[in-house]
Design a protein around this ligand. Structure first.
Ligand code: HEC
Ligand code: HEC
Length: 504
């Protein structure tokens, strides 16, 4: 057993457990053998080629394609700005490169609320609230949400000019004071809208950044081109698609989350992007089902590393064919494993083939119900191989933010939106929403509540779900769809779907 020097701020010791394979494979634990959950910015540890963390259902695995990496001096891991945060602060390996409220609470307890994670700017419900008090950070501690401040009106991504929105927005509920008052909100000197969102995993990004089409199949509009490379920008990055490329996203993150006044250097941009394109995450083992790569199955992150651009989505391997080998019974498996595997395979069949009627889902069918109601399966929107992203990238409003579901989240601000402007199909329509989503980027009423789907891998380590954190666990995601689209799952089907999603 080899011990790293104790570089973490609160005296936890990372222990490398893997015998023989030294920095190639590791599980992090403290001296008493409990998992050490927190990766401190600037800790200088080596990021191993393979890193496992226990979670409630089994183990999560991270794979760093190309082998171990020194994090000392690396811009993703070092605090670059004045608030002491690094990218790793909110994109923690043990949480599937996102950040869970459980981890935030543990950090709160370990540091008496002093960790840079809780920086007033976006780690509190509003910077105007008294800092250092738990109540001022309740959205992060209870739901894993960070404040996202968007300038209002938005700036057009194509032209860089201010957009004239085709809707009016009014603040109906403002529990934390960040959408009203003189400092923040619509009446402030620099008007803005604050919404609250979960960190999206920084992993599997080669898939996120792949474009299968050269136009948005949902709107028929050409994708934007990356100003640096001239390549079309795939539309799967960020909940509201406000940044189209990894570099663009980094600059946005540095200015906001890290509160940096200087721009990231070319070297920093390059090194962060290189790391982002090497890191993969997925569940690897289940307590009840054993190894997800057993008996010929292709679970775990390793198969994702063999990335074949251009062979994605419906054109590539069928979604969740990872588990096809489990359709044949395995004579060496335990009864428990066999039962779990059969359940996952039934979950795959539900995901691919069990259809339901899509109603009022902007981005796929129009919310007014013009055009025929549309029969879909989960795979209609979640189709990119290994990922469950939409290969025909684009933003969709499944209703996670808009009423009636908006009313179930009284801890979030509520906005009333009325469609105005030149005559169009939504003219005069009103929405209540906790997060206008893509409409904060485009200023268009038809985009209210649209959100970009994200990687479906590693979910067992990063509850709660949906951009607004409104689904407290995987079961709540399945129940959301069951209610929203009146699917009518049986108890067994619900469990099969949960088992599939937990094994990704
Ligand atoms: C204070 C917490 C915090 C810090 C620090 C932070 N992020 Fe994030 N990150 C988030 C949140 C929240 C989102 C989701 C924002 C949204 O969807 O509007 C996100 C989203 C992302 C995404 C989008 C992934 C996807 O699939 O769409 C990438 C990439 C990312 N962050 C990279 C970085 C990098 C690089 C840094 C350091 C320069 C960084 N983050 C620092 C909270 C943070
Ligand atoms: C009409 C398109 C569409 C269909 C059909 C659809 N989804 Fe989604 N899904 C989305 C969008 C958009 C999001 C992002 C919503 C958000 O974050 O608010 C999402 C998010 C999710 C997430 C959350 C992932 C996370 O990390 O937060 C899961 C899990 C999921 N969907 C599973 C399913 C399942 C299971 C089905 C079938 C019952 C399904 N989806 C059907 C569009 C769709």
């Amino acid at each position: 057993m080899i011990k790293f020097g104790d570089k973490s701020r609160w005296g936890r010791i990372a222990v490398l457990l893997a015998a023989g394979a030294l920095a190639a494979s590791a599980t992090y634990a403290n001296e008493s053998g409990e998992a050490d959950f927190w990766w401190s910015p600037g800790s200088g540890e080596t990021f191993p080629a393979q890193l496992d963390y226990p979670n409630d259902l089994g183990t999560l695995r991270l794979v760093l394609d190309g082998g171990p990496m020194e994090t000392a001096g690396h811009p993703f891991f070092e605090p670059l700005g004045p608030n002491g945060r690094a990218c790793i602060t909110c994109h923690q390996p043990r949480d599937g490169m996102s950040l869970t409220p459980a981890t935030a609470r543990a950090q709160w307890d370990a540091t008496g609320g002093q960790d840079p994670l809780f920086a007033a700017y976006d780690g509190s419900n509003c910077p105007t609230m008294p800092q250092g008090e738990r109540d001022s950070h309740s959205l992060l501690l209870d739901y894993g949400l960070f404040r996202i401040q968007r300038a209002w009106p938005p700036v057009d991504l194509h032209t860089g000019e201010q957009v004239e929105p085709d809707f009016e927005i009014e603040v109906v509920r403002d529990p934390w004071g960040c959408n009203t008052g003189e400092h923040y909100g619509l009446d402030a000197e620099n008007p803005s809208i604050s919404v609250y969102r979960r960190p999206r995993p920084v992993a599997n990004l080669r898939y996120v950044m792949t474009s299968t089409f050269n136009m948005d199949p949902k709107t028929g509009m050409p994708y934007l081109n990356d100003p640096e490379t001239g390549e079309p920008i795939p539309g799967n990055l960020m909940a509201d698609a406000r940044t189209g490329t990894l570099r663009w996203q980094m600059r946005d993150a540095a200015r906001s989350h890290l509160e940096m006044l200087d721009e990231l250097t070319e070297d920093q941009l390059q090194r962060i992007e290189e790391f982002e394109r090497r890191i993969y995450v997925s569940q690897q083992t289940m307590h009840t089902g054993g190894n997800l790569a057993a008996a010929g199955a292709q679970g775990g992150p390793e198969p994702m590393v063999h990335f074949e651009a251009g062979l994605l989505g419906t054109l590539g391997k069928p979604l969740w064919s990872e588990f096809d080998a489990w359709r044949e019974p395995d004579p060496n498996a335990t009864p428990e494993e066999l039962e779990f595997r059969a359940s996952v395979v039934r979950g795959v069949d539900l995901f691919l083939h069990d259809t339901f009627l899509l109603t009022d889902t902007a981005g796929i069918n129009h919310r007014l119900g013009f055009g025929s109601p549309y029969r879909v399966a989960c795979v209609t929107c979640h189709n990119m191989e290994h990922m469950g992203l939409d290969a025909g990238a684009g933003q969709i409003a499944i209703g996670t933010n808009n009423s009636p579901f908006a009313n179930q989240n009284p801890h979030l601000p509520l906005f009333r939106i009325r469609c105005t402007g030149r005559p169009h199909i939504d003219l005069g329509r009103e929405f209540l929403t906790t997060d206008p989503g893509y409409a904060l980027t485009t200023g268009r009423c038809q985009d209210v509540g649209k959100i970009t789907a994200q990687t479906m891998r590693g979910m067992a380590s990063r509850a709660p779900f949906f951009a607004n954190g409104s689904a407290e666990d995987i079961g709540a995601v399945v129940d959301f769809y069951d209610r929203r689209y009146d699917i009518g799952y049986t108890e067994q089907e619900r469990q099969d779907m949960i088992n599939l999603l937990s094994a990704l």
